[in-house]
Ligand binder design. Structure first.
Ligand code: NAD
Ligand code: DAU
Length: 343
């Protein structure tokens, strides 16, 4: 079995590669990643010497490079994690999101049609459903919830999902799609809420909470997401969408307070800043379908997962310190320097 994992040098893709090489020692895993600011080859160092692993530095938007890889590897399965993934960046510069997330997905699926594969899996997001109001805790996203996006990021992911379903209906491509809630865990890029707050707290820097910090996200430990995708690519029904989430809704401010408490840092570091434009209020997944069809349930409780995550950031300071001392510093200054509250 040969699986091409795109975007495998990023947060979830790298965790997925570790999971698969560990669980299926006879599978060949090929990582296709062009190493944007979010891709980090040092993350994959533990598997670089594994004879069943190959890293290829190319973009999913490069048709020639993608076709060449398919000719070389004859993959059985494609799992597409490669994407521009940060909402704030999409608000500043939407174009690259359209290119990577939409065009890149089309190029991969064209290669699948040309060379033939057993399964194309699209890693999507709960953000394609838009958001839910805070005063309706009874509402959840199901697979039937209409697509209703807010940001250029979520719109580009929704467009890709529609293309994937169109390639299934029009060309009979054997596809599946998963839509997961917010992940956290090791190798999470420090521009995202949890790793950013851990890094800033450890450096005694302000903790920038958007708006009132009341927005709700449904947090899932990354390993649970990887296990769900593993189940879908092996046992999921072709043409189907599966929502992934563990009923773990929390407000942003509560998350930041937990991080302060775990690290022994004062809550006075919390700084309320200008809100994100078009900020989604609440995400909440109904995972009934993946549970009843594939038997998936999350295994890591948030109280344990956040401790493990914080310990990982403490034990692997070099990984994130290298990131925040490099080019990322310019992004941080641009994104937060001008924000009301951080000036
Ligand atoms: P990430 O930003 O950490 O990693 C993205 C990876 O894709 C990087 O390694 C980057 O180099 C690579 N990449 C970007 N453009 C590429 C291109 N043109 N060609 C090849 N590689 C390219 O992202 P993540 O948080 O690991 O998210 C992975 C996927 O999961 C994304 O599709 C995202 O939409 C989805 N998702 C993320 C979350 C979350 O909470 N992080 C939740 C649900 C779904
Ligand atoms: O729901 C799945 C999505 O989760 C994925 O599709 C995206 O790729 C992933 O980035 C994530 O999107 P969010 O926008 O929810 O994640 P982020 O970590 O950027 O923000 C989480 C919440 O925290 C959100 O309400 C905004 C808020 N926030 C974020 C940052 C970076 C702050 O209050 N302060 C911050 O500095």
């Amino acid at each position: 079995m040969t699986i091409i994992v795109t975007g495998g040098a990023g947060f979830i893709g790298s965790n997925f590669i570790f999971h698969m090489l560990d669980k299926y020692p006879d599978y060949r895993i090929v990582c296709l990643d062009c190493l944007t600011y979010a891709g980090n080859l040092s993350t994959l160092a533990p598997v670089m010497e594994n004879p069943n692993f190959r890293f290829v530095k190319e973009s999913i938007t490069d048709r020639e490079a993608v076709y060449k890889l398919f000719e070389e590897e004859h993959p059985d399965i494609i799992v597409n994690f490669a994407a521009e993934s940060h909402v704030d960046r999409s608000i500043e510069n939407p174009e690259v999101f359209l290119d990577t997330n939409i065009k890149g997905t089309a190029v991969l699926m064209d290669a699948c049609r040309k060379y033939g594969i057993k399964r194309y899996h699209q890693v999507s997001t709960d953000e394609v459903y838009g958001d839910l109001p805070l005063d309706r805790p009874d509402l959840f996203f199901t697979e039937e919830t209409p697509i209703h996006t807010s940001s250029p990021y979520s719109s580009s992911k929704a467009a890709a999902d529609l293309l994937v379903l169109a390639y299934h209906r029009t060309y009979g491509l054997p596809v599946t799609i998963s839509r997961c809630s917010n992940n956290y865990g090791p190798y999470h890029f420090p521009e995202k809420l949890i790793p950013l707050m851990i890094a800033n707290a450890l450096n005694d820097k302000p903790l920038p909470v958007y708006g009132k910090g009341e927005n709700v996200r449904d947090w899932l430990y990354v390993e649970d997401h990887c296990k769900a995708i593993d189940l879908i690519i092996h046992n999921g029904r072709v043409g189907e969408v599966y929502n992934i989430g563990g009923h773990n809704e929390m407000t942003n401010i509560d998350i930041v307070k937990i991080i302060c408490k775990e690290l022994g840092k004062p809550e006075s570091l919390i700084t309320y800043v200008e809100d994100r434009k078009g900020h989604d209020m609440r995400y909440a997944i109904d995972p009934t379908k993946i549970h009843s069809e594939l038997g998936w349930l999350p295994e890591t409780k948030f109280a344990d997962g956040i401790k493990k995550t914080i310990k990982w950031y403490l034990d692997n300071k070099e990984w994130w310190e290298t990131i925040i001392s490099g080019e990322y510093q310019n992004y941080y200054d641009e994104m937060y320097g001008s924000r009301e509250g951080m000036k």
